[in-house]
Design a protein around this ligand. Structure first.
Ligand code: ADP
Length: 581
């Protein structure tokens, strides 16, 4: 809790006038609540002593009416301001959350999966915002009620107050015992819900795969088991809360009983106490125990919110693994890339995925990377994107070590078409627009033409405005690849990486795109990963990877003369093509 408000210092600093106003309205509201009981008491006394006049009655009525008006107005203003604060805070937290997610590197997305991130950005952020506004001010309301009504009670009769509130500390004993348990349980619930979210997301996005393998029942069973576990943990938490709340009611009724009995005793023995005071006292006592009861609920909500806060703060405070040096410079163009004895291992692995890579690529060159699946081709090209810190060795752009440059500026100069095509469920146009940046030279039409996507556009009902993906038209693997390539062409970056991006296109389309590459990318760097060797045949240099190492290197002719893996693979693939014909 304190950690949360400490963190939210920036928000409170910005919005302090609203906080002050809410506090003032809260005090006014609570004070106004104590006015009617006082005048009801006075009226009762006037009635019992037969001194109530018409004008007195009207005066009391008027005062009660006025306090009702104050209660009404201050509550409206208070709630309106709290609501405004809540929405502002929720917006700001999500904004910071997303901004920090965008700053993160590869390892972050391996640690935090999308389902988990979504549940933190929505459910947990909402809880934090709600607690820092609604719950916080309700707590303030509670404390103001406790202080003000306690003062009123003592003002009526000190001894009676002490006796009547004697059972109330029992509530705190229950709070102390049960609270940590409830907290622990809610933490478990949130964790399991996150896990379930991830599973559901996976099942939904892989529904075709699951159906394809006729694994619906197994998947359903797995989800069912997890849902059951969430249900059981939540049920336990709810049970505990169920015990928590009635305790308050029981204790407050006992307290009222004592007040009535001892108050009656005071009146009967004429110990400076009137019937009217007893009425007022009891009304105050109800006002005093109500916030105590609320306090229990608020503590529970606060207990839950600590967990939500930790979950949100973990993301908002997460430092990217790669942080730019203070004197990092902008990389404005890439003319030369050099790998010097570069080895890399993924953060969670204890072995190197690529090892001792020595490689030079100059402006105007095309590098082909081939090798078996899992040999490290993708890992190698991803080094250029600076998604992970360099483990060993050096990577240089234009002769300078990579950490010299701002990582954002590196990514600006590279267009990467990943193996798994990432398209938004939006229109073709919106997907293409993502590629438009400061280096864009091509028009949309040209990019589409060069990527050989024009022929596909003709078949899409709304052309560029056709929505693709989950909520629209499903594109074939080849179409997705061509659209992704068009987008990368648009970017006009100095380095273009095609990571097996032609795997799903037919031979003619492949030729067309490779021809475009020659025309479009003259004087620039292309890195082409492919399992089909015909794609890299004309590259200036080809490397063959095996278990993360470069095992062959040279032009197509040189590698053919080598008579090793490349040669054998090339012949095998040629035969496949012949067979298909
Ligand atoms: P290729 O592109 O040649 O098929 P990859 O670079 O994708 O090879 O993979 C090389 C090896 O690294 C594989 O064994 C793969 O399982 C592993 N790998 C790939 N991505 C990760 C990752 N994010 N974390 C840990 N290991 C990974």
């Amino acid at each position: 809790m304190p950690a949360m408000f400490k963190y939210l210092g920036w928000f409170i600093k910005k919005e302090w006038p609203k906080y002050i106003l809410i506090i003032l309205f809260t005090i006014l509201f609570t004070y106004a609540l104590t006015v009617p009981p006082k005048y009801i008491g006075l009226a009762v006394d006037a009635v019992t002593t037969n001194v109530l006049t018409k004008s007195k009655a009207l005066e009391y009525f008027g005062i009660i009416l006025l306090s009702a008006l104050v209660i009404y107005l201050s509550a409206i203003l208070k709630n309106f301001l709290i609501g405004k604060l809540f929405h502002r805070l929720y917006y700001e937290i999500r904004n910071r959350f997303l901004r920090n997610v965008f700053r993160q590197d590869g390892d972050f997305f391996e640690e935090f999966h999308s389902g988990d991130l979504i549940s933190r950005a929505t459910g947990d952020s909402n809880t934090v915002s709600r607690v820092a506004t609604y719950v916080f001010f309700h707590l303030l309301d509670t404390i103001a009620s406790l202080v003000i009504t306690f003062t009123m009670l003592v003002g009526l009769n000190f001894q009676l107050t002490i006796y009547s509130i004697l059972p109330l500390p029992l509530i705190f004993i229950v709070v102390v015992i049960l609270r940590p348990k409830i907290m622990r349980n809610w933490r478990q619930v949130r964790k399991e819900v996150s896990h379930l979210n991830n599973l559901v997301m996976e099942s939904v996005s892989h529904v075709k795969l699951i159906r394809g393998f006729v694994k619906e029942e197994e998947d359903e069973e797995k989800l069912g088991e997890n849902a059951e576990r969430v249900y059981k943990t939540e049920r336990k938490a709810v049970y505990m809360q169920a015990v928590f709340q009635p305790t308050f009611r029981m204790v407050t009724v006992i307290s009222q009983g004592i007040a009535l009995a001892y108050g009656a005793y005071l009146i009967m023995h004429q110990l400076n106490f009137t019937v009217g005071s007893l009425v007022t006292f009891n009304l105050y006592l109800a006002m005093f125990s109500q916030p105590l009861f609320r306090l229990g609920n608020q503590i529970t909500v606060l207990a839950q919110s600590t967990i939500s806060f930790e979950r949100v703060a973990e993301i908002i405070r997460h430092q990217p693994t790669i942080i730019d040096n203070v004197n990092a410079t902008e990389l404005t163009e890439i003319e030369k890339i050099e790998f010097q004895k570069l080895s890399f291992k993924y953060p969670k692995d204890n072995f190197y995925t690529i090892q001792d890579i020595n490689l030079k690529i100059n402006k105007g060159e095309t590098l082909g990377i081939v090798g078996k699946t899992g040999s490290g081709k993708t890992t190698l090209v991803r080094q250029l994107l600076r998604q992970y810190p360099i483990t060993k060795g050096k990577l240089k752009f234009n002769g300078k070590n990579v950490p010299v440059y701002k990582k954002e500026s590196i990514r600006k100069n590279i267009a990467y078409v990943p193996q798994e095509h990432q398209l938004f469920s939006r229109t073709v146009l919106e997907n293409l627009n993502l590629g438009i940046g400061e280096n864009t030279k091509l028009s949309l039409d040209e990019a589409v033409e060069y990527a050989d996507f024009k022929k596909d556009l003709e078949f899409l009902t709304d052309g560029l405005n056709t929505i693709v993906g989950e909520s629209g038209v499903t594109l074939s693997g080849g179409q997705k690849q061509r659209l992704s390539i068009a987008r990368a062409f648009l970017k006009g970056a100095d380095v273009l990486i095609l990571d097996d991006s032609l795997s799903a296109v037919d031979g003619i389309t492949e030729l067309n795109i490779l021809e475009s590459l020659l025309k479009l990318r003259e004087g620039k760097i292309n890195v082409i990963v492919s399992h089909r060797l015909s794609v890299v045949e004309n590259a200036d240099k080809i490397i063959v990877l095996d278990q993360g190492r470069i095992v062959e290197e040279g032009t197509h002719q040189e590698l053919m003369a080598n008579r090793k893996w490349y040669y054998e693979q090339y012949l095998a693939q040629q035969m496949e093509v012949e067979d298909e014909k």
